[in-house]
Design a protein around this ligand. Structure first.
Ligand SMILES: Cc1cc2nc3c(=O)[nH]c(=O)nc-3n(C[C@H](O)[C@H](O)[C@H](O)COP(=O)(O)OP(=O)(O)OC[C@H]3O[C@@H](n4cnc5c(N)ncnc54)[C@H](O)[C@@H]3O)c2cc1C
Length: 411
């Protein structure tokens, strides 16, 4: 079976590796002529990491990542609200990975080229549309990003893994419109700084509209410093949605730093961390409503093209990887590709819509806002703020929605 994938991001490249392992003939079309390691840190949850172990490439990815040991929720006074173990420390068979998105994508690209052959990835080729009414094949249109020359190609199935601004999603659902903005802006950066807490801790500090997320992306260098990924989130709903959503727009530290000037805790100096970054990028927090369907003819959607979500619970890349697994399994087990695509969609559409919804209400990060509502000036004992079992219940409810409850993975 010949499969074409539009988009060589984490979702598209993982799909290519899995389908190739399943004996299929795969070509990836990537719009960018020379992919570069763009973005900052992302986290990949154990249920998705397990897929790289199955592919036999986890050992190659581990040196690029930090195996996250714990997740901490902290109020704006620096008081700990909840600490939960993560990855191996939480009893999963594989780690949770904190990894630079761009390095991760480049590593996957390299592995795809080695395993599938250089010609399996056609860079500088943008997929602009497909004939969604043909049940026997997908005929799709391409434009060369450099020369502007147009062409056409055919596959048994076309997978639209072309991200937030997916051309194929737009074709399938012309009335879908622009991404939906939460009202928050995110400034992202990385800074070399001393490690904090366990050295492998991920922290969420503050509240929904005034928050910092920080975690390391490397182990200590010769000076004892690690590369720390941080994201400053501020409510800017009084402004208009920035006109162009780009993952790579430069931002200015002076636009947000005054909101964090007093956030200096004995274990982490947040303001110093932000000031120490070489560069900062700004992005609006956006997602899209769930679609009624992902498939038309032999064209289907995957990853951010299908279900972009707020980057709240480390699920953007993780859910794309789970899509890849479900699609591969369905194409392998069902003889008829049309039935396979129906099965894939029925397994993944509602499941990912649940994660999009959970992220809109902040998932387990609700702990932060509850603490602010109940104890805005802080507390002596955290037990004054939360009922017994309340924080754990919030954390496990989100794990169940996103499919990474420890018991599920040990099966
Ligand atoms: C440049 C970039 C930087 C990012 N940085 C971060 C980050 O710092 N933190 C974070 O949490 N998430 C980030 N993301 C999003 C994150 O990578 C995704 O949420 C997640 O990995 C799911 O990936 P995906 O493969 O579905 O989509 P994406 O990672 O968006 O990949 C889509 C790919 O499709 C390509 N493409 C787009 N249109 C076409 C087309 N018409 N034809 C062919 N190819 C096309 C794009 O160039 C891209 O390589 C970033 C995405 C991008 C593209």
């Amino acid at each position: 079976m010949r499969i074409a994938i539009s988009g060589g991001g984490i979702g598209g490249l993982t799909t290519a590796l899995m389908l190739h392992n399943a004996g299929m003939d795969v070509t990836v079309y990537e719009a960018v002529p020379e992919p570069r390691p763009l973005g900052v840190g992302i986290n990949v949850l154990p249920h998705a990491v397990r897929e790289f172990e199955r592919l036999g490439i986890l050992e190659e990815l581990l040196p690029l990542a930090v195996a996250t040991e714990e997740l901490c929720y902290v109020n704006r006074h620096g008081q700990f609200l909840w600490r939960e173990p993560r990855g191996i420390s939480a009893g999963y068979p594989v780690p949770q990975l904190s990894i630079h998105r761009g390095n991760f994508q480049m590593a996957l690209l390299d592995i795809v080229r080695r395993r599938l052959g250089e010609s399996a990835v056609r860079t500088g080729m943008k997929v602009t549309g497909s004939n969604t009414d043909n049940r026997k094949s997908a005929e799709f249109q391409l434009i060369d990003s450099v020369t502007g020359r147009t062409s056409q190609d055919t596959a048994d199935v076309l997978v639209g893994a072309d991200g937030l601004h997916s051309a194929l999603r737009k074709q399938l659902h012309p009335s879908d419109g622009s991404p939906r903005w939460s009202g928050e802006l995110m400034w992202r950066g990385t800074t070399m700084a001393p490690p904090f807490l366990t050295g492998k801790s991920m922290t969420l500090i503050g509240t929904r509209g005034h928050k910092v997320v920080a975690y390391p992306l490397s182990l200590p260098d010769d000076q004892g410093n690690v590369l720390i990924n941080w994201i400053a989130v501020l409510d800017k709903s009084s402004r208009r949605l920035p006109p162009v959503e780009s993952w790579n727009r430069p931002g200015k530290t002076e636009d947000f730093i005054d909101q964090y000037s007093s956030w200096s805790f004995p274990w982490l100096d947040v303001a110093a961390l932000m000031r120490g970054a070489n560069s900062v990028h700004v992005f609006p927090m956006v997602d899209r409503d769930a679609l009624p369907t992902w498939t038309a003819g032999r064209t289907t959607l995957l990853g951010d093209a299908a279900h972009p979500m707020f980057p709240v619970g480390s699920n953007g890349a993780s859910q794309a990887i789970l899509d890849a697994r479900a699609l591969t399994q369905a194409l392998l087990e069902e003889r008829d590709p049309d039935i396979a695509l129906e099965r894939y969609e029925s397994e993944r559409l509602a499941a990912t819509a649940g994660v999009v919804e959970a992220n809109r209400s902040q998932g387990a990060a609700r702990i932060l806002d509850l603490a602010e509502e109940r104890a805005p000036e802080g507390f002596t004992e955290v037990s004054e703020v939360f009922a017994p079992g309340e924080r754990e219940a919030l954390a496990t409810a989100y794990q169940r929605v996103a499919g990474f409850a420890p018991a599920t993975l040990r099966q």
